[in-house]
Design a protein around this ligand. Structure first.
Ligand code: PMV
Length: 327
């Protein structure tokens, strides 16, 4: 007998060109396209079981039952799966990360990419990468980018059907490392779902959106040509534009801590004064993602670990896409 169960895995991703602000908040259709790299080694594993005896959907994260907003976002994705598959049963969702939650690594991208992939398989749907990316997007925008493998672009689109991510290059295209530099383990004060709603209140958002296509183009080319210097330039430009928007929205969002700035200054010094190929980017939190060619990662990691305020450095190479591991 079919048992309506599947397990999937997915990686988080780091955005080189950021997603900040939505055209449609409910459907998470973004105001601009974005580009990212999946992070190998960091993994979310999610099992979905649809059962006739459940009175409602149930979510268990790292062994703890969760309700409220966390559950509501999961239900959103499950509802869509029920719609597409005509399955009426509720589901139990169990999800675990191999990296510590609250370690400041955005886990929602991996979580919803794994959820979409597992839920579709459990319901017996055989969906394209494109459809799975759309499904993951409903839970968390950046999750759409954790579905395809390697280096990924999320095509903003203007409708649910047109807003999904595609692979620009496979993981083995370029041995690039992300040295995830953790400066605080705390949970962020304002999460990204709320942050996206504030983006338009900044006078700089319109300018950021108007020039995003140029940066997307520069980033795409830098990846395809494996041009680290060009990537470094556009990634830092784009990071500062997003944080300028965050820091000038009402209310203001300031995610940086003193240690965040210490890492930013050090990276710039290493690059400009010592010629080291390094660049930084920062999401909606204080931790810094330091990018470098993989052969430089051991030395970069050692330097980062020696900086005051740095708690831990995790090194991730380009990762694959979301996949079913048990069905
Ligand atoms: O997918 P969300 O709603 O968690 O938003 C992600 C926002 C950033 O991490 C700041 C940027 C990005 O493109 O990943």
């Amino acid at each position: 007998m079919r048992h309506y169960r599947a397990t999937a895995e997915a990686h988080p991703n780091i955005a080189f060109i950021k997603y900040w602000g939505n055209r449609d908040h409910a459907l998470r259709i973004p105001s601009n396209g974005s580009i990212s790299m999946n992070l190998a080694g960091l993994v979310t594993r999610t099992t979905v079981v649809f059962r006739p005896d459940l009175p409602a959907d149930r979510l268990i994260l790292a062994g703890q039952p969760r309700t409220g907003q966390a559950l509501a976002r999961v239900v959103r994705v499950l509802q869509r799966v029920r719609q597409w598959s005509a399955l009426a049963w509720y589901a139990e969702v169990r999800s675990d990360n191999n990296f510590p939650t609250g370690a400041g690594i955005a886990s929602s991208a991996a979580a919803f990419a794994a959820l979409a992939t597992a839920a579709a398989a459990a319901a017996g749907l055989s969906l394209s990468t494109q459809a799975l990316s759309r499904l993951a997007r409903l839970g968390s925008g950046s999750a759409s980018r954790s579905v395809p493998p390697g280096f990924v672009e999320w095509l903003a689109g203007k409708s649910d059907a047109a807003s999904y991510a595609v692979s620009i290059a496979p993981p083995d295209h370029w041995a690039l490392a992300d040295c995830v530099t953790i400066v605080t383990q705390g949970h962020k004060a304002v999460g990204s779902s709320q942050g996206h709603r504030l983006a338009e209140s900044s006078p700089f958002q319109a300018e950021r959106l108007a020039t995003a296509p140029q940066r997307l183009q520069l980033c795409r080319e830098a990846i395809l040509q494996r041009d680290f210097a060009a990537l470094a330039q556009v990634v830092e430009d784009d990071c500062h534009l997003m944080h300028a928007v965050m820091q000038t929205s009402s209310p203001r969002l300031l995610y940086w801590e003193p240690a965040t700035l210490a890492v930013m200054h050090a990276v710039r010094r290493w690059r400009e004064e010592e010629g080291l190929p390094v660049a930084y980017t920062i999401d909606a939190g204080p931790n810094v993602h330091v990018l470098c060619p993989a052969d430089h990662a051991p030395a970069v990691r050692q330097r980062l670990e020696a900086l005051r305020g740095v708690q831990q450095v995790l090194v991730a190479l380009p990762g694959g896409g979301a996949r079913v591991v048990e069905a």
